[in-house]
Ligand binder design. Structure first.
Ligand SMILES: Nc1ncnc2c1ncn2[C@@H]1O[C@H](COP(=O)(O)OP(=O)(O)OP(=O)(O)O)[C@@H](O)[C@H]1O
Ligand SMILES: O=C(O)C1=C[C@@H](O)[C@@H](O)[C@H](O)C1
Ligand SMILES: [Mg+2]
Length: 181
C-alpha cells in the first residue's frame, strides 16, 4: 500500500530539518519538524526542557506529540528528532504509518556540522556548555553506535557525506518513486 507520510531520521546534524522542507516541496507534501512542534506546544526550547525536567520527561512529551498529532497527519514530510525512534515503540509506530528514511552521515562529518551548535542538549557538558572537540567526537561516536541499529531499520538510507543538499534530495526522490501516495 502506498503511504502518505514520509519520515526522516538520523543523527543530530544529519540534515533532517534542512532536507525535509525541500523534499516536501518536491513531492507536493507539507513539512513538519517534530522538534519545532515540541517547542511550540511546550513553550520552551528543547535545551530548557532537558535542563529543567530531564530527558525522560522530554521523551514522554515527544512520544505523546508523535501519537496525538504527527501520526494523524497525511501528505506530510516529517523531520523526526534524532532520538525519536530509539524510545519505546516509536519506531514501530512510525514504520506502520509511513516511509522511514535514514539520512546517514559519518561521525567525522557530523562533528564538522554540529561542533558550534549549543541547541542540542545531548552534546553539551553538564553545565550546558559546548564540549571540547575531542570529547564531542567521542560522544557522537558512542551515541551513533547505540543508535545505528534503530536507524538502519528505516525503509532505506541515503548517505549524505559526499553529497550536497540538492543531490541528497534527488537521491531520495529516486528511491521514493512509486512508494508514496
Ligand atoms: N548533504 C547534506 N545533507 C544535509 N545537510 C547538509 C548536507 N551538507 C551540509 N549540510 C548541513 O548540515 C547541517 C544539518 O543540520 P540539521 O539541523 O538539518 O540537522 P538535523 O538532522 O535536523 O539535526 P537535529 O536532530 O539536531 O535536529 C545544516 O547546517 C546543513 O546545511
Ligand atoms: O538525538 C537526540 O536524542 C535529539 C535530537 C534532537 O533532534 C532533539 O530531539 C533533542 O535534542 C534530542
Ligand atoms: Mg532538526
Amino acid at each position: 500500500m502506498k503511504k502518505a507520510l514520509v519520515f526522516l531520521t538520523g543523527f543530530m546534524g544529519s540534515g533532517k530539518s534542512t532536507i525535509g522542507p525541500i523534499l516536501a516541496k518536491e513531492i507536493g507534501y507539507d513539512f513538519i519538524d517534530v522538534d519545532e512542534l515540541i517547542e511550540k506546544i511546550d513553550g520552551r526550547k528543547i535545551v530548557d526542557i532537558f535542563r529543567e525536567d530531564g530527558e525522560i520527561y522530554f521523551r514522554n512529551l515527544e512520544r505523546q506529540i508523535l501519537i496525538e498529532t504527527v501520526l494523524k497527519l497525511s501528505k506530510f514530510v516529517v523531520a523526526l528528532g534524532g532520538g525519536t525512534i530509539t524510545f519505546s515503540d516509536n519506531l514501530f509506530l512510525v514504520k506502520r504509518s509511513g516511509i522511514l528514511i535514514y539520512l546517514k552521515a559519518s561521525p567525522e562529518i557530523l562533528l564538522q556540522r554540529i561542533k558550534f551548535k549549543t541547541d542540542r542538549p545531548l552534546l553539551l557538558d553538564p553545565m550546558g556548555n559546548l564540549l571540547p572537540e575531542n570529547l564531542l567526537f567521542e560522544r557522537i561516536t558512542t551515541l551513533l553506535q547505540m543508535r545505528e541499529p534503530y536507524y538502519l531499520q528505516a525503509d532505506f538510507f541515503v548517505s549524505t557525506d559526499d553529497r550536497g543538499i540538492e543531490e541528497t534530495v534527488a537521491e531520495i526522490l529516486k528511491k521514493l518513486e512509486g512508494k508514496i501516495a
